[in-house]
Design a protein around this ligand. Structure first.
Ligand SMILES: [Zn+2]
Length: 269
């Protein structure tokens, strides 16, 4: 399944080529995903994704925004961009990590100085990662059982998120570092000191688009980075354990169209 998808993506990429350059402007608040006293969830009701924009004045962009995330990435969105270099992300070999349940699923925070990501002329520091099940982004209408978001913040509050898509398969060494001990979503105050853990290694071949936080306040101006190649794998057991930490077993916001934003992909050429 994955190799067919890669071939389809590659075929489209070589057919399209533009050189684009722009500067993403951060216009929203710098609040990280999750963590607010107003109750929101992933139900089909008024507190679910369809109602987030009405729950709080500051969350209006969840409803009215034009650059929202996640997106359904289609062949029409893919453009190669020769100005994109290798993904410039460097992390410490091991970072001191703290695990907790945000109330919406597993989240792991790390101290400042755990590494850095450079993209679009900005430098960002990793601050936390968390999981969504199933994936929030879809590629050619394909959903994945898990998407991990590694959230980075710049000194002036801009955000960049690397999304890692997981297929079901072999056990993930990375997820094995915490999947078995995620506190319940009913205990958001419980923190687990994981000691020093190994970080995910992002793929050097990646694509990027400008979007938003996928949770309230849905602030826009977020640089998204996703790899459409070499997906991660997680075992059925790991997926089941992590799913048990997500209320009602799913925490994915429905997708938006790219609305002409495009998904700019790095090319080796
Ligand atoms: Zn997320």
């Amino acid at each position: 399944m994955a190799s067919q998808l890669v071939q389809a993506v590659a075929a489209v990429v070589v057919l399209q080529c533009i050189s684009a350059s722009w500067v993403g402007a951060w216009a929203g608040s710098a609040q990280a995903e999750g963590g607010d006293e107003v109750h929101w969830d992933y139900s089909g009701g008024s507190h679910g994704p369809g109602g987030w924009g009405d729950l709080k004045a500051e969350w209006g962009v969840c409803k009215s925004g034009s650059r929202q995330s996640p997106i359904a990435i289609t062949a029409l969105d893919l453009v190669t961009d020769r100005s994109l270099g290798k993904l410039d992300a460097k992390y410490r070999k091991r970072v001191h990590a703290t695990l907790y349940n945000s109330g919406h699923g597993a989240e792991v925070s790390m101290p400042a100085g755990s590494g850095r990501l450079r993209i679009g002329g900005e430098t960002y520091r990793p601050v936390q990662f968390h999981i969504h099940m199933p994936s929030e982004h879809t590629i050619m209408n394909q959903s994945f059982p898990l998407e991990l978001h590694l959230v980075h913040k710049s000194d002036d509050g801009k955000l960049a998120v690397i999304g890692f898509l997981f297929e079901e398969g072999g056990e993930s060494e990375f997820l094995a570092q915490f999947a078995h001990e995620v506190p319940s979503s009913n205990s958001p105050g419980v923190k687990v000191d994981l000691g020093h853990i190994k970080m995910m290694k992002p793929e050097r071949n990646y694509g990027t688009y400008m979007g938003s936080l996928t949770t309230p306040p849905c602030a826009e101006g977020v640089t998204w980075i996703l790899s459409l190649f070499n997906f991660q794998t997680a075992s059925a057991e790991q997926l089941a354990k992590l799913r048990a930490s997500v209320p009602k077993g799913h925490n994915n916001r429905p997708t938006f169209g790219s609305a002409g934003r495009g998904f700019r992909m790095r090319t080796n050429a």
